[in-house]
Design a protein around this ligand. Structure first.
Ligand code: NAP
Ligand code: MG
Length: 409
């Protein structure tokens, strides 16, 4: 029961994708303590728990992606991408693909990852003054590659068979003299064009310089095509960039890494799928904690999917299962919900919903800034007398308390 404030209504449901392990535990707490007491939460629920994905032969993941395409906005909890250990642990029928990979392959789009900054945590890189946003292409490459073990001597080739007949093209990959491995990746001009467009548009909106980096000196055709498409997009956006006083800059990926570390920040760094996966974790960790990074998938067809950038926090979950106390940070999960609710509010014209999202974010940040923190943050925050470490649930309770005060005005 809550007194002293109006409950916030929702017009259209959010598509909710539940997940695994410690994030699943926190997800439920966030809903029960930070959302349901204040808003009439409407969701279309899909359970992406690994066991349920297995039971449904991963149909639930496809259904969830289609629901996002129907309603426009989804929020997703972190999920296990099974490997051999997980197949054993959960007794799975097979090693199902990454749900994020499946969803991104359907929605296409670009993932923007932005660190959540608080006043009492300084980035490890002392030159960084402003956030570094990663724009990660969320389609193709290694995430939807075909790969195979080569068991003995033999020839591996890339073969392109034109639709409707025509001559096959063959490209030698390797002449194996013994066992090995081989992989074939793809991307499409259309998806790369959408990626470039999303990045130029995001940079304009946020008035940030845009950097793009690949390794086109080595991968002359694959990475080279990315660079060409970005150059073409730049021609279209040149004037808009000039009028906002921002720049587009291409450099090789290794050079970009070195420059980022020496920069002030405040740039949107556009990266191919794998580079973005790896470097967004580096940026998040350098800004304090993996749990302080938001992530949104922006599809060119107008769909949005919000999530935390981190995984299911497996190690904490095993401690939780043993009945030990955990101090796991829920900030990025909370920001996944607020991102989704704000976008839903904007699309539906329900201002109260967007305003609620803003208040919840403030409550979370102020809680940390007041010194009430989970272990990951306490380890990197400025040392102050009032600082105290709280457990997973008490952290969420502290945010709820502050939120209640804010809503009472
Ligand atoms: P992870 O869940 O991101 O956790 C790695 C480590 O980072 C944790 O052990 C913990 O460090 C710290 N950490 C991450 N989030 C935290 C939080 N909210 N609060 C406090 N500390 C946090 O990565 P992982 O352990 O490599 O992966 C676990 C599972 O997540 C895997 O099965 C993987 O497939 C999945 N995964 C899913 C997604 C997704 O759904 N988007 C993304 C990545 C990984 P300490 O142990 O030092 O405290
Ligand atoms: Mg990653």
């Amino acid at each position: 029961m809550t007194a002293g404030h109006q409950r916030v209504a929702m017009k259209t449901p959010l598509v909710e994708l539940d997940g695994d392990e410690m994030t699943r535990v926190m997800w439920e707490m966030v809903k029960n303590k930070l959302l349901r007491p204040f808003i009439d939460l409407r969701v279309e629920y899909y359970d992406l728990h690994l066991k349920h994905r297995d039971d449904t032969d991963d149909q639930v993941t496809l259904d969830a992606a289609r629901a996002i395409m129907k309603y426009g906005v989804g929020v997703k909890c972190a999920t296990i991408t099974p490997n051999a250990d997980r197949v054993r642990e959960y007794g799975l029928k097979k090693m199902w693909k990454s749900p994020n990979g499946t969803i991104r392959a359907l929605l296409d789009g670009t993932v923007f990852r932005k660190p959540i900054l608080v006043k009492n945590i300084r980035p490890f890189v002392s030159s960084w003054k402003k956030p570094i946003v990663i724009g990660r292409h969320a389609y193709g490459d290694v995430y939807s590659a075909a790969e195979a073990r080569v068991t003995g001597p033999g020839k591996a080739e890339l073969v392109i068979t034109p639709a409707g007949g025509g001559k096959q093209e063959r490209y030698p990959v390797h002449d194996f003299t013994g066992p090995g491995i081989v992989q074939g990746m793809h991307n499409t001009d259309g998806s790369i064009e959408n990626f470039a467009e999303a990045c130029f548009s995001f940079a304009c909106e946020e008035k940030m310089d845009l950097w793009f980096s690949t390794k086109d000196t080595i991968s002359k055709i694959y990475d080279g095509r990315f660079r060409e498409i970005f150059d073409t997009a730049h021609e279209r956006w040149k004037e808009r960039f000039r009028s906002r006083g921002i720049e587009y800059f291409f450099t090789l990926i290794d050079d970009a890494v070195a420059r980022i570390v020496r920069s002030e920040g405040g740039v949107l760094w556009a990266l191919k799928n794998y580079d973005g996966d790896v470097l967004s974790d580096m940026i998040a960790a350098a800004c304090g904690s993996l749990a302080m990074m938001t992530s949104v998938l922006v599809s060119p067809r107008g769909y949005f999917e919000y999530e935390a950038a981190h995984g299911t926090v497996q190690k904490h979950y095993y401690r939780h299962l043993k009945g030990e106390e955990t101090s796991t940070n829920s900030v990025a999960l909370i920001f996944a919900w607020t991102g989704g609710l704000r976008k839903r509010g904007e699309l539906d014209g329900t201002e109260a919903l967007a305003a609620f999202a803003g208040k919840l974010e403030e409550a979370a940040l102020e809680t940390v800034e007041e010194g009430v923190m989970t272990g990951d943050l306490l380890a990197v925050a400025e040392v102050k007398p009032g600082n105290r470490k709280v457990n997973t649930e008490d952290f969420i309770d502290a945010i709820a308390e502050r939120l209640r005060d804010k809503l009472r005005g």
